[in-house]
Design a protein around this ligand. Structure first.
Ligand code: S3P
Length: 460
């Protein structure tokens, strides 16, 4: 247990850079392992989730040298992984587990993926269902009360996969990526259709590694059995989901002004910025890599697609974000926009508490199956601090309604062992009146071990 006392601060001021984006780093390591050649990944984050991916890949026979934020992956090619001696351990990393299920579905051996406590309670059927359609044999654990759902540990026996066209019932980048990774092994074209767009790092990166991938509106199509080739150098842009805590804090704490450098500005992750701007936040964005260099003359760098010529850039827009404090107003976020800010919803709920008027977040039910039930954890905590929050259910969908109170008061709150709940409540505490105590913040290292030290460099 690592309790934390959070005192209100006067302002945030300064320049910050963040460790590499967690989602991008997982994918770079996995595709590096499956490609021919050595990939040197720079700005690789040292959070527990990404380290879990590296350790699973090592157990699959991949040589990996890590020197701080620089990681060298010695690719084994699409068909070069080795049967691991024992179970692979995904720790608490859902991305590790779900993406690797896709890879393992195409291997000529059986492997077992085990998980730590909270991940062992997260649903896997969304991945097992399409992978079984492709021919993989998968065994999972069942748990009460819902015996239809499946949970880790997961045993995957790969086969010669067949391509499928799969319409995903939930908008999930992890599910999409697992199917696309399995699709690398299927003979022919595998297509995934998303209900709403989710983060597209896998698609961008597969192209960067030479895969044949087409995008036709909501349909993403991968051609299988084509060898991947490493781009040699890969730079992981700063994690926008880590930056989000500081972006919200600087928006709601008066007299603040911060600059976030090297941030990933991928449009499929920018929901937090778009929403805060609609709330009246003062946010300026400068693309670091010049639009001309990025898109060879295309005007909007945010719509940049990797052309295959800029080695080491990663096929992701990168830039600087300037945030100044402002008076926020309430906002409505529709279900279709939720995937673009799914991990930022807890901290956006904090922002909504400081905004004048009503905020509504629609179609948020996926929050129930994250590291903890984040609707419950955030509602319970913010209510203790004086927030006016309700959750409503209608036709299998849920929404959160917050009436801004403009001033929260310090309270005793809980992280529920969930990193994003812990950091969101720290932001609430920094902007509140009085002392806030969080029972345990050790979970923060899952995604963002540097959270407190970065906060200390810019708080006043
Ligand atoms: C992730 C996708 C999202 C997100 C998670 C990381 C990814 O999960 O919440 O933190 O890297 O693909 P879902 O795919 O379950 O929405």
């Amino acid at each position: 247990m690592a309790p934390c006392a959070v005192r209100p601060i006067l302002r945030l001021k300064g320049r910050v850079t963040f460790a590499g984006d967690k989602s991008i780093a997982h994918r770079a390591a996995i595709l590096g392992a499956l490609s021919a050649g050595v990939t040197r990944i720079e700005n690789f984050p040292s959070n527990k989730d990404c380290l879990a991916t590296l350790s699973c890949l090592k157990r699959l026979g991949v040589k990996i040298n890590r020197d701080g934020a620089s990681v060298k992956i010695y690719g084994r090619g699409l068909f070069g992984l080795k049967k691991p001696a024992g179970a692979l351990f995904a720790a608490e990393s859902g991305t590790t587990l779900r993406l690797l299920m896709g890879v393992l579905a195409g291997q000529p051996f059986t492997s077992k993926l085990a998980a730590a406590r909270s991940l062992s309670r997260r649903p896997m059927r969304r991945v097992t269902l399409p992978l079984r359609k492709m021919g993989a044999v998968i065994r999972c654990k069942k748990r009460l009360p819902d015996l239809k759902e499946e949970y880790p540990p997961v045993a995957v026996t790969g086969t010669s996969l067949r391509p499928i066209t799969y319409r995903m019932p939930v908008a999930s980048a992890q599910v999409k990526s697992a199917i696309l990774l399995a699709g690398l092994y299927a003979k022919g074209e595998t297509a995934v259709i998303e209900p709403f767009p989710t983060r597209d790092h896998t698609e961008r990166m597969m192209r960067l590694f030479g895969a044949r991938l087409k995008i036709n509106k909501k349909r993403i199509i991968i051609s299988g059995r084509r060898n991947l080739v490493s781009p040699a150098k890969f730079y992981v842009p700063g994690d926008i989901s880590s930056a989000a805590f500081f972006i919200v804090a600087a928006s709601v704490i008066p007299d603040s002004r911060i600059f976030v450098r090297n941030a990933s500005l991928n449009p499929s992750r920018m929901g937090i910025i778009r929403t805060l701007k609609r709330m009246g936040a003062k946010i300026n964005i400068k693309y670091q890599i010049s639009p001309a260099k990025l898109s060879q003359g295309r005007r909007d760098p945010a719509s940049y697609e990797y052309s295959g010529r800029e080695k080491g850039i990663s096929g992701e827009p990168i830039g600087e974000i300037e945030i100044r404090s402002s008076r926020l107003k309430g906002v409505t976020v529709k279900k279709k926009d939720i995937p673009s800010l799914i991990d930022e919803l807890p901290v956006l709920m904090v922002a909504a508490c400081f905004a004048g008027g009503k905020s509504v977040f629609e179609g948020v039910e996926e929050l129930r199956v994250k590291e903890t039930d984040r609707i419950r954890s955030m509602t319970e905590n913010l209510k203790k601090m004086g927030a006016d929050i309700r959750t409503l259910k209608a036709k299998g969908s849920e929404k959160i309604v917050i009436r801004g109170v403009t001033q929260l008061k310090g309270a005793e709150v809980k992280s529920f062992g969930d990193h994003r709940t812990a950091m969101s409540m720290a932001v609430a505490g920094l902007a509140a009146k009085g002392l806030t105590r969080i029972d345990d913040i050790s979970c923060i290292s899952k995604s963002f071990p540097g959270f407190l030290s970065i906060l200390n460099t810019i708080k006043a």
